[in-house]
Design a binder for this molecule. Structure first.
Ligand SMILES: *[C@@H]1O[C@H](CO)[C@@H](O)[C@H](O)[C@H]1NC(C)=O
Ligand SMILES: *[C@@H]1O[C@H](CO)[C@@H](O)[C@H](O)[C@H]1NC(C)=O
Ligand SMILES: *[C@@H]1O[C@H](CO)[C@@H](O)[C@H](O)[C@H]1NC(C)=O
Length: 241
Protein backbone atom coordinates (compact mmCIF):
# COMPACT_ATOMS: atom_id res chain seq x y z
CA UNK A 1 0.00 0.00 0.00
CA UNK A 2 2.57 2.52 1.20
CA UNK A 3 4.86 1.34 -1.56
CA UNK A 4 2.15 1.90 -4.18
CA UNK A 5 1.51 5.40 -2.92
CA UNK A 6 5.22 6.13 -3.04
CA UNK A 7 5.47 4.87 -6.58
CA UNK A 8 2.53 7.06 -7.60
CA UNK A 9 4.05 10.09 -5.92
CA UNK A 10 7.41 9.45 -7.57
CA UNK A 11 5.69 9.06 -10.91
CA UNK A 12 3.67 12.25 -10.51
CA UNK A 13 6.65 14.32 -9.48
CA UNK A 14 8.85 12.82 -12.19
CA UNK A 15 6.13 13.40 -14.80
CA UNK A 16 5.63 16.99 -13.78
CA UNK A 17 9.37 17.56 -13.88
CA UNK A 18 9.49 16.04 -17.35
CA UNK A 19 6.64 18.07 -18.79
CA UNK A 20 7.83 21.32 -17.25
CA UNK A 21 11.31 20.72 -18.60
CA UNK A 22 12.65 22.44 -15.52
CA UNK A 23 16.30 22.79 -14.83
CA UNK A 24 16.87 21.02 -11.54
CA UNK A 25 19.88 23.22 -10.79
CA UNK A 26 18.12 24.78 -7.80
CA UNK A 27 17.99 21.38 -6.12
CA UNK A 28 21.68 20.62 -6.62
CA UNK A 29 23.39 20.90 -3.26
CA UNK A 30 26.61 22.87 -3.49
CA UNK A 31 29.75 21.55 -1.88
CA UNK A 32 32.77 23.29 -0.47
CA UNK A 33 36.36 22.17 -0.99
CA UNK A 34 36.98 18.57 0.05
CA UNK A 35 38.92 17.05 2.92
CA UNK A 36 42.01 16.35 0.77
CA UNK A 37 44.09 14.76 3.48
CA UNK A 38 41.80 11.75 3.90
CA UNK A 39 40.61 11.17 0.32
CA UNK A 40 42.21 8.53 -1.86
CA UNK A 41 44.53 9.94 -4.52
CA UNK A 42 44.48 8.03 -7.79
CA UNK A 43 47.35 7.80 -10.27
CA UNK A 44 47.41 10.25 -13.14
CA UNK A 45 46.60 7.36 -15.51
CA UNK A 46 43.45 6.66 -13.52
CA UNK A 47 42.61 10.38 -13.50
CA UNK A 48 42.85 10.31 -17.30
CA UNK A 49 40.51 7.32 -17.55
CA UNK A 50 37.95 8.98 -15.33
CA UNK A 51 38.27 12.20 -17.29
CA UNK A 52 37.65 10.31 -20.56
CA UNK A 53 34.49 8.74 -19.14
CA UNK A 54 33.10 12.20 -18.36
CA UNK A 55 34.14 13.45 -21.82
CA UNK A 56 32.29 10.51 -23.40
CA UNK A 57 29.23 11.45 -21.37
CA UNK A 58 29.28 15.08 -22.53
CA UNK A 59 29.90 13.97 -26.11
CA UNK A 60 26.83 11.74 -25.96
CA UNK A 61 24.90 15.02 -25.52
CA UNK A 62 26.48 16.46 -28.64
CA UNK A 63 29.14 18.56 -26.93
CA UNK A 64 32.31 18.61 -28.96
CA UNK A 65 34.75 18.60 -26.04
CA UNK A 66 38.17 17.02 -25.73
CA UNK A 67 38.81 18.04 -22.14
CA UNK A 68 36.48 18.65 -19.21
CA UNK A 69 34.67 21.99 -19.50
CA UNK A 70 35.05 24.27 -16.45
CA UNK A 71 32.20 25.01 -14.04
CA UNK A 72 31.30 28.36 -15.57
CA UNK A 73 30.23 26.59 -18.76
CA UNK A 74 27.88 24.41 -16.68
CA UNK A 75 28.40 21.28 -18.83
CA UNK A 76 25.85 19.32 -16.78
CA UNK A 77 23.03 21.61 -17.81
CA UNK A 78 21.92 19.48 -20.80
CA UNK A 79 21.96 16.40 -18.60
CA UNK A 80 19.85 18.06 -15.88
CA UNK A 81 17.27 19.06 -18.50
CA UNK A 82 17.09 15.49 -19.76
CA UNK A 83 14.84 14.13 -16.99
CA UNK A 84 14.02 11.00 -19.02
CA UNK A 85 17.57 10.07 -20.05
CA UNK A 86 19.52 11.43 -17.09
CA UNK A 87 19.66 8.20 -15.15
CA UNK A 88 20.66 5.95 -18.03
CA UNK A 89 23.39 8.50 -18.72
CA UNK A 90 24.50 8.23 -15.12
CA UNK A 91 24.41 4.42 -15.22
CA UNK A 92 26.58 4.48 -18.34
CA UNK A 93 29.05 6.75 -16.57
CA UNK A 94 29.24 4.43 -13.55
CA UNK A 95 29.86 1.45 -15.83
CA UNK A 96 32.54 3.19 -17.87
CA UNK A 97 35.68 1.64 -16.33
CA UNK A 98 33.73 1.01 -13.14
CA UNK A 99 36.86 -0.08 -11.26
CA UNK A 100 38.42 3.35 -11.76
CA UNK A 101 35.16 5.21 -11.21
CA UNK A 102 34.54 3.35 -7.95
CA UNK A 103 38.03 4.09 -6.63
CA UNK A 104 38.55 7.60 -7.95
CA UNK A 105 35.24 9.43 -8.06
CA UNK A 106 36.04 11.97 -5.36
CA UNK A 107 37.00 15.59 -4.86
CA UNK A 108 40.76 14.99 -5.07
CA UNK A 109 40.57 13.45 -8.53
CA UNK A 110 38.78 16.47 -10.00
CA UNK A 111 41.08 18.80 -8.13
CA UNK A 112 44.05 16.97 -9.68
CA UNK A 113 42.48 17.18 -13.16
CA UNK A 114 41.61 20.88 -12.92
CA UNK A 115 43.96 22.25 -10.29
CA UNK A 116 40.94 24.29 -9.25
CA UNK A 117 38.85 23.99 -6.10
CA UNK A 118 35.75 25.54 -7.59
CA UNK A 119 35.75 23.28 -10.66
CA UNK A 120 36.32 20.22 -8.48
CA UNK A 121 33.49 21.25 -6.15
CA UNK A 122 31.21 21.78 -9.16
CA UNK A 123 31.85 18.31 -10.61
CA UNK A 124 31.34 16.64 -7.23
CA UNK A 125 28.20 18.57 -6.54
CA UNK A 126 26.69 17.72 -9.96
CA UNK A 127 27.72 14.07 -9.77
CA UNK A 128 26.40 13.77 -6.22
CA UNK A 129 23.08 15.13 -7.43
CA UNK A 130 22.84 12.48 -10.17
CA UNK A 131 23.66 9.76 -7.66
CA UNK A 132 20.93 11.02 -5.31
CA UNK A 133 18.30 11.55 -8.02
CA UNK A 134 18.94 8.27 -9.80
CA UNK A 135 19.71 5.87 -6.97
CA UNK A 136 17.52 7.26 -4.18
CA UNK A 137 14.37 8.36 -6.04
CA UNK A 138 12.05 8.22 -3.04
CA UNK A 139 14.42 10.27 -0.92
CA UNK A 140 14.80 12.71 -3.77
CA UNK A 141 11.04 13.27 -3.89
CA UNK A 142 10.86 13.87 -0.13
CA UNK A 143 13.84 16.23 -0.37
CA UNK A 144 12.26 18.06 -3.31
CA UNK A 145 8.99 18.54 -1.45
CA UNK A 146 10.76 19.73 1.66
CA UNK A 147 12.87 22.27 -0.24
CA UNK A 148 9.60 23.61 -1.68
CA UNK A 149 8.02 23.81 1.77
CA UNK A 150 11.08 25.65 3.13
CA UNK A 151 11.11 28.10 0.25
CA UNK A 152 7.47 29.02 0.96
CA UNK A 153 8.24 30.07 4.51
CA UNK A 154 10.30 33.25 4.78
CA UNK A 155 11.88 32.53 8.16
CA UNK A 156 12.80 28.91 7.32
CA UNK A 157 14.06 29.97 3.94
CA UNK A 158 16.28 32.67 5.41
CA UNK A 159 17.67 30.39 8.10
CA UNK A 160 18.29 27.58 5.63
CA UNK A 161 20.22 29.98 3.40
CA UNK A 162 22.15 31.37 6.36
CA UNK A 163 23.18 27.85 7.37
CA UNK A 164 25.80 27.61 4.66
CA UNK A 165 27.15 31.16 4.87
CA UNK A 166 30.10 30.30 7.09
CA UNK A 167 30.81 26.96 5.45
CA UNK A 168 34.43 26.61 4.44
CA UNK A 169 36.18 23.30 4.03
CA UNK A 170 36.67 22.17 7.61
CA UNK A 171 35.10 19.52 9.83
CA UNK A 172 33.69 22.21 12.09
CA UNK A 173 32.10 24.31 9.39
CA UNK A 174 30.66 21.42 7.39
CA UNK A 175 29.31 19.85 10.56
CA UNK A 176 27.74 23.14 11.70
CA UNK A 177 26.11 23.74 8.32
CA UNK A 178 24.77 20.20 8.19
CA UNK A 179 23.37 20.42 11.69
CA UNK A 180 21.73 23.74 10.88
CA UNK A 181 20.15 22.56 7.61
CA UNK A 182 19.01 19.33 9.18
CA UNK A 183 17.30 21.26 11.98
CA UNK A 184 15.38 23.39 9.47
CA UNK A 185 14.39 20.27 7.52
CA UNK A 186 13.17 18.57 10.70
CA UNK A 187 11.21 21.62 11.83
CA UNK A 188 9.63 22.20 8.40
CA UNK A 189 9.02 18.65 7.18
CA UNK A 190 9.51 16.17 10.00
CA UNK A 191 11.78 13.22 10.60
CA UNK A 192 11.15 11.29 7.39
CA UNK A 193 12.44 14.28 5.42
CA UNK A 194 15.51 14.34 7.69
CA UNK A 195 16.28 10.81 6.55
CA UNK A 196 16.13 11.93 2.92
CA UNK A 197 18.21 15.05 3.55
CA UNK A 198 20.79 12.90 5.32
CA UNK A 199 20.90 10.43 2.45
CA UNK A 200 21.89 13.27 0.13
CA UNK A 201 24.39 14.57 2.68
CA UNK A 202 25.94 11.10 3.00
CA UNK A 203 26.57 10.93 -0.74
CA UNK A 204 28.25 14.33 -0.71
CA UNK A 205 30.34 13.82 2.40
CA UNK A 206 31.48 10.48 0.99
CA UNK A 207 32.73 12.17 -2.19
CA UNK A 208 34.31 15.09 -0.33
CA UNK A 209 35.82 13.17 2.56
CA UNK A 210 33.96 15.07 5.28
CA UNK A 211 32.48 11.76 6.46
CA UNK A 212 35.84 11.08 8.16
CA UNK A 213 35.40 13.89 10.66
CA UNK A 214 35.22 13.01 14.31
CA UNK A 215 31.60 14.07 14.44
CA UNK A 216 29.42 14.69 11.42
CA UNK A 217 25.63 14.93 11.63
CA UNK A 218 23.90 12.38 9.36
CA UNK A 219 27.01 10.17 9.58
CA UNK A 220 27.40 9.73 13.33
CA UNK A 221 24.23 8.98 15.24
CA UNK A 222 23.81 11.33 18.20
CA UNK A 223 21.42 14.14 17.41
CA UNK A 224 21.05 17.07 19.81
CA UNK A 225 17.44 18.13 19.29
CA UNK A 226 17.66 21.46 21.05
CA UNK A 227 19.97 22.69 18.35
CA UNK A 228 17.26 24.25 16.23
CA UNK A 229 16.28 26.66 18.98
CA UNK A 230 19.90 27.60 19.46
CA UNK A 231 20.09 28.44 15.78
CA UNK A 232 16.92 30.54 15.96
CA UNK A 233 18.38 32.32 18.97
CA UNK A 234 21.65 32.98 17.17
CA UNK A 235 19.73 34.21 14.17
CA UNK A 236 17.51 36.56 16.19
CA UNK A 237 20.57 37.91 18.00
CA UNK A 238 22.10 38.73 14.65
CA UNK A 239 18.99 40.68 13.68
CA UNK A 240 19.00 42.75 16.84
CA UNK A 241 22.70 43.38 17.23
C1 LIG B 1 46.27 13.48 -1.71
O1 LIG B 1 46.91 14.55 -2.34
C2 LIG B 1 46.72 15.81 -1.70
C3 LIG B 1 47.29 16.90 -2.59
O2 LIG B 1 48.56 16.56 -3.01
C4 LIG B 1 47.39 15.74 -0.32
O3 LIG B 1 47.22 16.98 0.35
C5 LIG B 1 46.72 14.65 0.48
O4 LIG B 1 47.32 14.51 1.73
C6 LIG B 1 46.76 13.32 -0.28
N1 LIG B 1 45.90 12.37 0.43
C7 LIG B 1 46.37 11.19 0.87
C8 LIG B 1 45.38 10.31 1.56
O5 LIG B 1 47.52 10.84 0.71
C1 LIG C 1 35.06 19.56 -32.90
O1 LIG C 1 36.10 20.42 -32.50
C2 LIG C 1 37.28 20.28 -33.30
C3 LIG C 1 38.38 21.15 -32.65
O2 LIG C 1 37.84 22.28 -32.02
C4 LIG C 1 36.96 20.67 -34.74
O3 LIG C 1 38.11 20.52 -35.54
C5 LIG C 1 35.86 19.75 -35.28
O4 LIG C 1 35.48 20.12 -36.58
C6 LIG C 1 34.63 19.82 -34.34
N1 LIG C 1 33.64 18.83 -34.75
C7 LIG C 1 32.35 19.09 -34.84
C8 LIG C 1 31.46 17.97 -35.26
O5 LIG C 1 31.88 20.20 -34.59
C1 LIG D 1 31.90 9.25 13.41
O1 LIG D 1 32.03 8.47 12.23
C2 LIG D 1 33.35 8.47 11.70
C3 LIG D 1 33.32 7.74 10.37
O2 LIG D 1 32.54 6.59 10.43
C4 LIG D 1 34.31 7.83 12.70
O3 LIG D 1 35.62 7.85 12.17
C5 LIG D 1 34.25 8.65 13.98
O4 LIG D 1 35.06 8.04 14.96
C6 LIG D 1 32.81 8.73 14.51
N1 LIG D 1 32.80 9.62 15.66
C7 LIG D 1 32.14 9.35 16.78
C8 LIG D 1 32.19 10.39 17.86
O5 LIG D 1 31.53 8.30 16.93
Amino acid sequence: MIWNILVVVVTIVTKSLETLEVDLAGLVKQTVAGNEGVLHNCSSDQDQVLQQCYIDMFQSYGSNVTSLPPADEDPFKKIRYDATGMCSTYTTLRHCHSDVINDCLNYNTFNAIFGSESNAAYYISQTGFLEFYCNYGNDFVAYYECMQAISLNDLSDTIYTECSVLEVGSCDSVSRTTQCERAVVRKSCGNSAVKSYCQYQKILTHMTGWNFCEYMPCINSSQPRTFFFLIILMYLCKIFV
